[in-house]
Design a protein around this ligand. Sequence first.
Ligand SMILES: *[C@@H]1O[C@H](CO)[C@@H](O)[C@H](O)[C@H]1NC(C)=O
Ligand SMILES: *[C@@H]1O[C@H](CO)[C@@H](O)[C@H](O)[C@H]1NC(C)=O
Ligand SMILES: *[C@@H]1O[C@H](CO)[C@@H](O)[C@H](O)[C@H]1NC(C)=O
Ligand SMILES: *[C@@H]1O[C@H](CO)[C@@H](O)[C@H](O)[C@H]1NC(C)=O
Ligand SMILES: *[C@@H]1O[C@H](CO)[C@@H](O)[C@H](O)[C@H]1NC(C)=O
Ligand SMILES: *[C@@H]1O[C@H](CO)[C@@H](O)[C@H](O)[C@H]1NC(C)=O
Ligand SMILES: *[C@@H]1O[C@H](CO)[C@@H](O)[C@H](O)[C@H]1NC(C)=O
Ligand SMILES: *[C@@H]1O[C@H](CO)[C@@H](O)[C@H](O)[C@H]1NC(C)=O
Ligand SMILES: *[C@@H]1O[C@H](CO)[C@@H](O)[C@H](O)[C@H]1NC(C)=O
Length: 711
Amino acid sequence: MHPLYFPYIKKFRMPSIGLALVLLISLVSLTGSCTQQERGSLHQFLAGLSQDCGLAVSWRSDANCCTWEGITCNQDRKVTDVSLASRGLEGPISSFLGNLTSLLRLNLSHNSLSGGLPLELVSSNNIIVLDVSFNRLKGGLSELPSSTSALPLQVLNISSNLFTGRIPSTTWEAMKSLAVLNASTNSFTGQIPTTPCVSGTSFAVLELSFNQLSGNIPSGFSNCSILKLLSVSYNNLSGTIPDELFSVTSLEHLSLPSNRLEGALDGINRLTNLVTLHLGWNELSGNIPNSIGELKRLEELHLEHNNMSGELPPALSSCTNLITMDLKSNYFSGELSKVNFSSLQSLKKIDLLFNNFIGNIPESIYSCSKLTALRLSRNHFHGQLSEKIGNLKSLSFLSLAGLSLTNITGTLQILGSSRSLTTLPTGRNFMNETMPEDDSIDGFENLQVLSIRDCSLAGTIPDWLSKLANLRILELENNQLTGPIPDWMSSLNLLFYLDISNNSFTGQIPAALMEMPMLKSDKTAPKVFFELPAYYSTPFIQYLKPSDCRKVLNLGINNFTGVIPEEIGQLQGLLSLNLSSNKLFGEIPQPICALTNLQVLDLSNNHFTGTIPATLNNLHFLSELNISNNDLEGLIPTMGQLSTFPDSSFDGNPKLCGPVIVNHCGSAEAGPESIISREQIGSKIIFAIAFGAFFGVGVLYDQIVLARYFG
Ligand SMILES: *[C@@H]1O[C@H](CO)[C@@H](O)[C@H](O)[C@H]1NC(C)=O
Ligand SMILES: *[C@@H]1O[C@H](CO)[C@@H](O)[C@H](O)[C@H]1NC(C)=O
Ligand SMILES: *[C@@H]1O[C@H](CO)[C@@H](O)[C@H](O)[C@H]1NC(C)=O
Ligand SMILES: *[C@@H]1O[C@H](CO)[C@@H](O)[C@H](O)[C@H]1NC(C)=O
Ligand SMILES: *[C@@H]1O[C@H](CO)[C@@H](O)[C@H](O)[C@H]1NC(C)=O
Ligand SMILES: *[C@@H]1O[C@H](CO)[C@@H](O)[C@H](O)[C@H]1NC(C)=O
Ligand SMILES: *[C@@H]1O[C@H](CO)[C@@H](O)[C@H](O)[C@H]1NC(C)=O
Ligand SMILES: *[C@@H]1O[C@H](CO)[C@@H](O)[C@H](O)[C@H]1NC(C)=O
Ligand SMILES: *[C@@H]1O[C@H](CO)[C@@H](O)[C@H](O)[C@H]1NC(C)=O
């Protein structure tokens, strides 16, 4: 080694060790070991839990609590953050956490913590963010003594718990810094508190949705000078919206849907900073005031399911940032063309379902090029659809049901070129016209849902439908279509819902139907995404969720003849098979018992003969059975699933007998299939009871869903 280098190294060795030491010391003081008392408080919290999902093990590994999972300390080795969201914790929250005198943020959300919320935490002199949402905390919020000095708490999230009682008013008096109170999804009762606004000047967010708050909206809101968000949806609020609320000009989001609010919206124009307005599902009346045009920032306007009426004000076209306009289920009337849609270039969704609009569909709507969903159904528009609808390049959901439109050929020619169209309900139009056969109907390559029901259309199932490779749901019921079901039906690879009932189709049930890929597969149906909620109308207006889409084949009320093909057993995905009111004959084929997902089976009003296959008892999900008005004979199985159906399921089969039906049986008539061993009987009864209990409600709901109507 060259002598010159040695002193160089020597010179720098000592300082480098010193540097390391300094670094080490500063590191220790940064992450530093926590004090005994801090550690003790955390251990007390741990000890209070009934389930910690391994947290104790993880915390025991080190004496320095500043390095523990979920714990953060400051330079003084004091705990500032406890972040234990989604950690599987159970049991009560220990009030010892209140002993962490430097704790700023406590996040225990998404656990299964129970018991009350310790007063020590709510009234802490250091905590600024307290999030205990998504737990099972219960009881009321305690009143703080009015002498409590100003508290630093800024964010309190107690949503999604089991809290009850009134929201105390004095608690907020001490919370001078409170900015966010989120108490949604609990069972709070009483009035909306407005004291947070009186006490502090920083109060910005009040979220109280999904509680049982009642009474009027209090007038105290005029003190909320910087309130940005007020959400009290899904409560029992009543009365009118007080004028004082309209003076909270800082409001950007006002959300009060699903209450019983009444009265008119006059004064809403004062909320000039509004971005979202949700007032649906109330009992509001009156019209939309022309002054709504002053809400230049408005993006979401939801007034659905109210009792509002009158014409839409022309000034609505001044709300140029509007993205969603949901006015369905009201009594709005007059000509829609009063509004110049040309200036509403941000519009993506317009829902006008169930109103009394008249006149033509305004041309200006066709200039809203961002439109993805347009529902005009159930109004009194008339005339024909304009070719300009082709301008709406993003339009995916177009509902025209019940508009008394004419010219089905023209309409389908125009819409076929809408490349983005996925959902097209056009029922109750084109009365007594003829289903277009011609090849001029083209396009629809992305169509998933097509409903041309209730039109009394003549004609046959047209060949152009065979090109709709993405079709999932096809409704053609309640027309006067004739002819056979074409063989190409099985080439629609995604079709899982086919209702052609109440037409005049003839011929045999074609083998092609037994090859429908989606009905053969018991994989879940492909998701159908509805831009707007699809609805079905009986007995209440309800919304169809994509997950409600069931695999259904309804050929009822037609002139089909012949026997049910044995291949029916292949359609293992089916939840509902309806062959009622045709001219089918022969025996009920045994393979039907392979349709183990079946919930509804209707074979009524045909000419079926022979005995009821006892193996129908394999259909454990079957909740609705109708084989009435046939020529069946023999014994109705007295055990298992079949014995749970009422007489009416079997009525009108004079040769059928059994205890549930008036006809009692001679022993000679008992077929061999009906002899079931005692053990089988026992287990089947238990099975039936269990299913009754578990699926009774669900299945009932499903039946309503199956009676859907894509509006
Ligand atoms: C810690 O908190 C508990 C319960 O709130 C209290 O009883 C105890 O006196 C406190 N301990 C200390 C050292 O502050
Ligand atoms: C608490 O933690 C959850 C999960 O990480 C997070 O979503 C939530 O925003 C946190 N709460 C606050 C107030 O930051
Ligand atoms: C609780 O509410 C606060 C304030 O609104 C929010 O920041 C936080 O993300 C919420 N917590 C969860 C788990 O959503
Ligand atoms: C309130 O908390 C819930 C979680 O329970 C969260 O989804 C919601 O966004 C919060 N609301 C506000 C306004 O912060
Ligand atoms: C709804 O408005 C109509 C008039 O448009 C009125 O007759 C009816 O009583 C109102 N219903 C409710 C619940 O307010
Ligand atoms: C509608 O608005 C557009 C653009 O904002 C304007 O060009 C047009 O003249 C208006 N039409 C009527 C009838 O006012
Ligand atoms: C139907 O519409 C098409 C296309 O717009 C048009 O060519 C045809 O003349 C219309 N037919 C009737 C009977 O109005
Ligand atoms: C069958 O359709 C006709 C109209 O074509 C309708 O009047 C009748 O009510 C429908 N029957 C059933 C059972 O839906
Ligand atoms: C079978 O379809 C017919 C015609 O749509 C309908 O009237 C009947 O209620 C359906 N049966 C069941 C059980 O849903």
